[in-house]
Design a binder for this molecule. Structure first.
Ligand SMILES: O=C(O)C(=O)CO
Length: 446
């Protein structure tokens, strides 16, 4: 197992907590690029297989790896494992570096873009500009890529991009909406990297952290066709009343008026030699967690990989399903583990420290009865604006409702959970496949 919960010995204080943590570790581990890429890719002679497609490496003068995202360096490492010295060069921008042979790792920052991310992305674009017709580009695309591959469009400063990102992340907009805006403020997102790479052959190896696996949304789809428009981006800004800097508002308005070219759509010939392959998604993680639950003697209920909405509200629904299992054995009888994925959001109104998974467990803890244990993590190991991956709670966690409610009201649940030994810490995990939640249901009351 490559992923381990760093503070496991402090947190695994009951059998149910131990089961929950084992499921989380197994789920995240199953989504590590080294595992999923070895399953999806192989090289036999000159033939590279990627899922059901094959590519003849002998048709190219060079193989280049380009990309970005939380897990991009680990994807590149797995590609180097599979292709060895066939990889000639490359650049990936990430906040979870690992040592590579031929590919340069540039560090950037997430969730808000930074100067070093911009510098790394510049290197990536320079490498892209030297690709030609006989270049095979393997694009390593993972969640987190939108912030890490920061290429502000003409006229937009990094500070303006940072302010726009902050406002979008706190607005409650979902990732499709957030990325519609980001794509229209960027020189690379929304298929624009593909435009720059044409006529090279581009094979994207994608880890999806987006609920419907929409390729144009994962990392803002740098090599995927984009159907969103400047008009859509402006509609998001209006819908959530987002206070964007003047340069951003001006660009979106000029784009809507037709003064700036749209991101390339599905019929654009820049995609003639581009294929995108999703090699892992939220389901990869959930299935592994469910399998380990079975091994531990618990019946798994794989609820959904698509849970979204406000984290604290989704928690109430998960608790209700757990209560039903306890009380009536519906839909399955305990001992059981409910597993879910997807990506919940937090509409931020306070200025505290926390994240969706920590708000999820804090909200759940408010109404937990004995027999239920709830744990949730972001599979990339970083939940929202905190250094924790998530949290774990049971009926003992909340002493007075008032403090838990105050922490939620201030969006300041990290210190609240830390005081109760209820934070889960992993550090960066090398992957990013959305959230993973488990509800362990121990005894049956019926
Ligand atoms: O756009 C991003 O960077 C995301 O994390 C979603 O893929």
């Amino acid at each position: 197992m490559e992923i381990q919960i760093e503070n496991r010995s402090q947190v695994a204080t009951t059998d149910a907590r131990d089961v929950a943590l084992t499921c989380l570790e197994a789920g995240v581990d199953a989504g590590h690029p080294r595992r999923v890429i070895h399953d999806a890719l192989s090289l036999e002679g000159d033939t590279l297989r990627v899922a059901d497609a094959t590519y003849d490496c002998s048709a190219y003068d060079e193989v280049v790896v380009l990309g970005g995202g939380n897990a991009a360096a680990h994807v590149a490492a797995a590609l180097e494992d599979v292709l060895g010295d066939r990889i000639d060069r490359g650049v990936v921008v990430t906040d979870d570096p690992t040592e590579l042979e031929a590919v340069t790792v540039s560090e950037g920052d997430h969730p808000v873009p930074s100067e070093r991310g911009v510098a790394g992305t510049r290197r990536l674009l320079e490498a892209a500009d030297t690709a030609g017709e006989r270049t095979l580009v393997l694009a390593a695309i993972t969640g987190g890529g939108s912030a890490l591959m920061a290429a502000p469009a003409d006229g937009i400063s990094l500070a303006d991009l940072q302010a726009t990102t902050d406002a979008l992340l706190e607005s409650g907009a979902d990732i499709h909406e957030i990325n519609a805006v980001r794509k229209h403020c960027s020189a690379l997102k929304g298929g624009q990297l593909a435009r720059r790479l044409a006529p090279a052959t581009v094979v994207a190896v994608v880890l999806s952290d987006v609920v419907d696996n929409d390729l144009s949304v994962i990392a803002s789809g740098p090599v995927a066709p984009d159907e969103s428009t400047f008009d859509d981006a402006l509609a998001v800004v209006d819908r959530y009343d987002i206070d964007v800097p003047e340069t951003v508002a001006d660009r979106l308005e000029r784009g809507r008026a037709g003064a700036i070219s749209e991101t390339p759509g599905p019929d654009d010939p820049v995609f003639d030699r581009v294929s995108n392959h999703i090699v892992a998604d939220g389901m990869t993680v959930l299935e592994a967690a469910a399998e380990v639950a079975t091994e531990q003697g618990y019946d798994p209920l794989l609820l959904s990989s698509r849970v979204r909405g406000e984290a604290r509200e989704a928690a109430t629904t998960h608790v209700a399903i757990g209560e039903e299992m306890l009380a009536t054995g519906t839909p399955i009888s305990p001992p059981a583990v409910l597993v879910s994925g997807g990506e919940t959001t937090v509409t931020v109104s306070g200025d505290g420290c926390g994240g969706p998974n920590q708000e999820f467990v804090t909200s759940a803890a408010l109404s937990l009865e004995a027999g239920l244990t709830v744990a949730a993590v972001d599979t990339d190991g970083i939940d929202g604006a905190s250094d924790a991956a998530g949290g774990i709670v049971d009926a003992e966690t909340v002493d007075t409702d008032k403090r838990a409610r105050a922490a939620l009201a201030a969006n300041d649940v990290t210190p609240y959970l830390a005081e109760r030994n209820a934070l889960i810490k992993t550090g960066p995990t090398g992957t990013n496949l959305n959230d993973l939640r488990v509800v362990v249901v121990e005894h049956s009351a019926h």
